[in-house]
Design a binder for this molecule. Structure first.
Ligand code: GAR
Length: 205
């Protein structure tokens, strides 16, 4: 690796538990071309803040209002020299000021095969409950570039998994988390560095 190349800095935006945030931080630990700079979270008691602390990562709490009605977040990110935003269970609509500051440099993961089960209110467990209620035979993850709408923007990667007839939403959630663990960090890596994307449409039984 050429040490003269300035590393790309990532900030992770999250609202909840933070398993994806942790996996991303662990994946890039020790890399000198891509660095996880910090975690920004918008729910005061989000467990992701504890994970960030345990990982030795800086974390910043920003309220919904800070995101939606001020320039605090872009100001902080610019001060820290952040290049890319990764949404890992971040439940607010990304405001215009961040879209302008990070054109095509915001990436989200959604726990379904978009355009199915996307949009406002479709997040986390709600998605898996809808998938089970509709007797879907498969579901998966979508990793996409973020635009001004919920769960839209160019798809970078999808991976699929089976939904069995007797699955509960928890069963589906567990399988989805395995896909997220396997694919989200390397897809981020590929998008930022130009490395090859993982093979698409992987089916995990
Ligand atoms: C993940 O499954 C992610 O795909 C989903 O929230 C979960 C967060 O889990 N994101 C959305 O539903 C976005 N619409 P985590 O906090 O343990 O990473």
């Amino acid at each position: 690796m050429d040490n003269h190349i300035k590393p790309k800095r990532i900030a992770i935006l999250a609202s909840g538990n933070g398993t994806n945030a942790q996996q991303i931080a662990e994946y890039f630990a020790g890399r000198n071309d891509v660095v996880v700079d910090s975690v920004i979270y918008n729910k005061k008691d989000a467990y992701v803040a504890t994970r960030a602390k345990n990982l030795g990562l800086q974390s910043f709490y920003m309220t919904r209002r800070d995101f939606m009605e001020s320039d605090k977040v872009p100001a902080l990110l610019s001060e820290r020299g952040v290049d890319y935003l990764i949404l890992a269970g971040f439940l607010l609509l990304v405001p215009e000021n961040l879209l302008r500051a990070f054109p095509d440099r915001i990436v989200n993961i959604h726990p379904a095969l978009l355009p199915k089960y996307g949009g406002k209110g479709m997040y986390g467990h709600h998605v898996h409950e809808a998938v089970v209620a509709n007797h879907e035979k498969e579901t998966g993850i979508t990793i996409h570039v973020v635009d001004h709408r919920y769960d839209c923007g160019t798809t970078l990667f999808q991976a699929r998994c089976v939904v069995y007839p007797n699955d509960s939403a928890d069963d589906v959630s567990a399988r989805i988390h395995l896909l997220e663990k396997d694919f989200f960090p390397p897809v981020i890596d590929a998008y930022i560095t130009g490395r090859p994307m993982p093979v698409q449409q992987h089916i995990l039984l």
